[in-house]
Write a protein that binds this ligand. Structure first.
Ligand SMILES: [Zn+2]
Length: 286
């Protein structure tokens, strides 16, 4: 059994001109896969590095470009995703454990595979190295790769935000914090599907939330409401306290559990209308 420590860079939507629209089916398009293959003793066997040609977000988002130093002319010459993922898959081999820093990369890898119709890669064995590091350092907030490298006094020899060099840093961390006696391999695919089902169930319930007056705790009648993806907004008026109330519910993820978190706030009449204001807030928070 080998460990595949991988890292991805992705490009995402940027409004270059007014008519540009994001593709809701793919938010993060992979533009680089970097990975290191380790044996059971965590010794390096080989590495993998490919630039991928984006087809949804062809022009580099300026923020991503600044961070990764990958420009449009470089990705144009990249490998198409399906070809890249096929060669990645054959390099990964069977009976390997995928390992990465946090959940974002494995999520993006699966999303890209689904989007481009590649169903061969298995996500049933996964190690989240960030989680191991957090347990090791008794941390409650998710640390960045840079801060973990610093925290473990790992020598910085290459720039961050290059998929391959980030994969190598993740390997350095993995070697320092991995406890061979602990079983940390999870069935990511199974967990992910269960989470998606939980979110779907909560989405069905989100607009059933009741509004309460934050001052007197009375149940308030809804004067208006709308739902947007994982958020629900309603407003009403407490006739006892003579105040306007705005209600926001959203699906939150805390300590591995999904739940609906509701918040009722007093809205003052000199503010702009509650519907307009919240619509603005919901758009800004995305
Ligand atoms: Zn009240």
């Amino acid at each position: 059994m080998n460990y595949i420590v991988f890292d991805l860079e992705f490009n995402m939507f940027f409004k270059f001109k007014e008519s540009d629209l994001a593709n809701p089916e793919l938010k993060n398009e992979i533009i680089q896969i970097g990975a290191v293959k380790l044996n059971e003793a965590l010794e390096t066997i080989s590495s993998f590095d490919l630039i991928i040609k984006p087809v949804i977000y062809r022009r580099m988002n300026p923020y991503v470009k600044r961070k990764t130093h990958i420009n449009t002319s470089r990705v144009v010459q990249g490998t198409p995703f399906l070809k890249a993922i096929e060669s990645f898959h054959s390099w990964v081999g069977d009976d390997s454990v995928l390992c990465s820093w946090g959940h974002d990369d494995i999520l993006a890898l699966r999303d890209n595979c689904l989007f481009f119709g590649y169903k061969m890669l298995a996500f049933d064995k996964f190690i989240n190295i960030q989680q191991i590091y957090m347990k090791y350092g008794s941390l409650s907030n998710q640390p960045s790769l840079e801060s973990a490298v610093e925290g473990l006094e790992i020598e910085v020899s290459n720039p961050f935000h290059d998929a391959l060099s980030d994969a190598f840093y993740t390997v350095d961390i993995f070697r320092k914090v991995y406890d061979f006696s602990c079983d940390v391999i999870i069935n990511w695919e199974k967990e992910q599907k269960e989470n998606e089902e939980k979110i779907e169930a909560l989405k069905q319930m989100i607009d059933k939330a009741t509004i309460r007056c934050p001052q007197c705790d009375r149940l308030i009648q809804k004067n208006g409401e709308f739902t947007k993806a994982k958020k629900y907004f309603a407003y009403g008026c407490c006739l006892e306290c003579n105040i306007q109330i705005r209600h926001i519910s959203r699906i939150a993820h805390r300590d591995g559990e999904y739940s609906i978190v509701s918040n009722n706030t007093i809205y003052k009449s000199d503010e702009i209308g509650p519907l307009a204001k919240t619509a603005q807030e919901l758009t800004n928070s995305e």
